[in-house]
Design a protein around this ligand. Structure first.
Ligand code: ZN
Length: 50
């Protein structure tokens, strides 16, 4: 079963919870962000050492 949890704070995409598994990330400030935008934020905040 699928339950709407909220929207991504970046792209406004709807984020669902599938059988207890959320297809996004809940941030410390309780905002939701999808995996795509989360990855982008991680890339921007992490130094690449390769
Ligand atoms: Zn997003």
């Amino acid at each position: 079963m699928q339950e709407l949890v909220g929207r991504c704070k970046e792209c406004k995409k709807q984020i669902f919870c599938n059988d207890g598994f959320i297809n996004g990330v809940v941030l410390e400030d309780k905002h939701l962000i999808c995996f795509n935008c989360f990855d982008k934020e991680q890339e921007q905040s992490v130094d690449h050492n390769d």
